[in-house]
Write a protein that binds this ligand. Structure first.
Ligand code: ME8
Length: 546
């Protein structure tokens, strides 16, 4: 048997200087949707999220809280982990950069790079953005009047003796790589930004820091320096999967873990927001190119793509600490209590900043989407079909046997569903979750239109028509079954509830086993068994009235 396709997706690892907010929940939810979709397709999927701990921001937050950096990191790392568990994210691991497994591997990579000559000790002077822990080029500093392009605070003139990564040597290889892999940076407009900036030329970048109270991973062989937090952080994508099972020592000085995870590398998607695109689209691939040339690291290829979404704003305003308008975890919990986890996932996936424009997290928008798409369309359609099945067939979907030809439009049904599946799959692959949801919803709306057209509730007044009504309801239920498969990655809990009511619990059971999903097989038309139960139950998405 050939082994199933593999899929590896990552989120940024988040700073542990505060509790999670909507931005963090958003990126991790998107990655969860993608991971669930690939598991639904039966792929061997690895989904990684976690936290970035060795930042100066963490040292500052710790001081403000009267904690040690480690205690502060522990506190907020626990908050992130707990939040993602509560939201039922299906991440396969949660990486913390203070973990030994991570630190040991990062030191190995840096040691290899030091030997290779791509990392050297040097002196640097430039404009420093303290909030971002990043140097800004002269031209960018000037353009922004020597203020941070991110938070508007004044840039600082700073010089340091540091280890540097020879990024300048990778301009040509990067441009060649980007030309050959135009999907490496998505959406496309972001690729153009990156290419334009790389063409302007690349400066070497610091690879280490002194100061920050020594909070960081020591540079191997020179413990005065700690590894620059961005290099430490980017490496998480690799350290977490750089393990081989006992007895299978591979190429290179890789520590042996319990599990073979190297098979997941290279990652298929690094999902991030636009704020950290440069690190992911330029610095990270260059570091990997350099590492791949080191003895023992020949297995290291470059990631498949970096997808940079845009930003949530709140009720029309940019979110900021000074305005105190962050959609924080308490606010999100309020939405979950009122509408449920799946409604929040649906809103994030369909109304969020997936493309290149920012999106507004506004209560009125949330309620509109919820009522129109979840309560009125999906929930209501299931109620209608289950109601009629209850009333006319004692809650058991009859077979599709009778009088198909007599039903207008019925002959197309399988085709409509097939097209919806194809459309949804293409959208999921492109991380266009709004399109995937729309494909599912279109199918649901087609069911509504079909009911309007065929009027089963009128036909049923004459018992002689019941076989025909049975066929209509079979088509409706079957289309809902296919729609539920399309929508499961976005609405997993509600769709599992729907499966339960339709006697399809086997799907949920199979999906609990890694790599056991079979979307291609399950989505084929006509699999609902005659006599399958369909229980009405409580509304899946009760209409919300303020
Ligand atoms: O940058 N809208 O961590 P971070 C949408 N540790 N997404 C948002 C958002 C918003 N308003 N605000 C934040 C770091 N995000 C580094 C990353 S990775 C090797 C190291 C999301 O805690 C988005 O994914 O500041 C963004 O890229 C990330 O949170 C930044 O999280």
């Amino acid at each position: 048997m050939s082994s199933p396709a593999r899929f590896y997706i990552t989120t940024p690892i988040y700073y542990v200087n505060d509790r999670p907010h909507i931005g963090h929940v958003y990126s991790t939810t998107l990655a969860d949707i993608a991971a669930r979709y690939h598991r639904l397709r039966g792929e061997d999927t690895f989904f990684l999220t976690g936290v970035d701990e060795h930042a100066a921001k963490v040292v500052d937050a710790a001081a403000a809280l009267g904690l040690t950096p480690q205690a502060c990191a522990d506190k907020f790392a626990a908050a992130f982990e707990e939040t993602f568990k509560r939201l039922d994210m299906t991440n396969n691991d949660f990486i913390r950069t203070t973990q030994e497994r991570h630190k040991a591997r990062v030191q190995r990579y840096v040691a290899a790079l030091l030997k290779s000559g791509d990392v050297y000790l040097g002196e640097y002077e430039g404009w420093y953005d303290a909030g971002q822990e990043e140097y800004v080029t002269e031209s960018k500093a000037k353009e922004n009047e020597y203020k941070s392009p991110i938070n508007g605070k004044p840039l600082v003139r700073k010089s340091e003796k540091n280890y540097f990564f020879r990024l300048s040597a990778y301009q040509k290889p990067l441009l060649e790589f980007l030309e050959k892999h135009p999907k490496f940076v998505r959406p496309e407009a972001r690729l153009n930004e990156v290419v334009a900036r790389v063409r302007e030329g690349l400066n070497d970048v610091p690879m280490s820091r002194t100061g920050s109270a020594g909070w960081g991973i020591p540079v191997p062989g020179d413990e005065q320096h700690t590894i620059y937090v961005w290099i430490d952080a980017l490496c998480n994508y690799l350290t977490t999967v750089d393990t081989l099972p006992a007895g299978q020592q591979g190429e290179g000085p890789t520590p042996v873990g319990a599990e073979d995870r190297r098979r997941y590398w290279p990652a298929d998607v690094h999902l991030i927001a636009k704020d950290i695109l440069w690190f992911h689209a330029v610095i990270w691939p260059a570091v990997l190119m350099a590492l791949a040339k080191c003895p023992g690291y020949g297995w290291i290829g470059l990631p498949g793509s970096v997808y940079a979404h845009s930003f949530w704003i709140a009720e029309g305003q940019k979110m900021s600490k000074s305005l105190g308008n962050f959609v924080d975890i308490e606010k999100l919990d309020g939405y979950i209590q009122r509408f449920g986890i799946d409604a929040l996932r649906y809103f994030l996936a369909t109304a969020g900043p997936l493309g290149t424009t920012d999106s507004d997290f506004a209560e009125a928008r949330f309620i509109d989407v919820y009522n129109a798409e979840l309560a009125n369309a999906l929930g209501n359609c299931f109620s209608r079909v289950s109601n009629m099945t209850g009333r006319y067939f004692e809650g058991k979907i009859p077979g599709p046997g009778a009088a198909v030809a007599a039903i207008p439009g019925a002959a197309d049904y399988a085709h409509v569903a097939e097209q919806a599946v194809a459309k949804a799959m293409a959208a999921y692959e492109a991380l266009a979750f709004d399109g995937a949801a729309a494909a599912g919803l279109e199918l649901v709306r087609a069911v509504d239109a079909y009911i309007e057209q065929t009027q089963p509730f009128k036909l049923a007044k004459d018992p002689a028509n019941l076989p025909q009504v049975g066929t209509i309801l079979y088509h409706c239920a079957e289309a809902l079954r296919v729609a539920s498969l399309i929508l499961w990655p976005i609405l997993p809990h509600k769709m599992e509830e729907l499966w339960e009511r339709m006697g399809l619990g086997a799907y949920a059971a199979a999906l609990k086993n890694r790599g056991s999903g079979q979307l291609g097989v399950w989505a084929k038309w006509g699999q609902l068994a005659a006599g399958a139960p369909i229980q009405k139950g409580e509304p899946l998405f009760p209409r919300y009235q303020a």
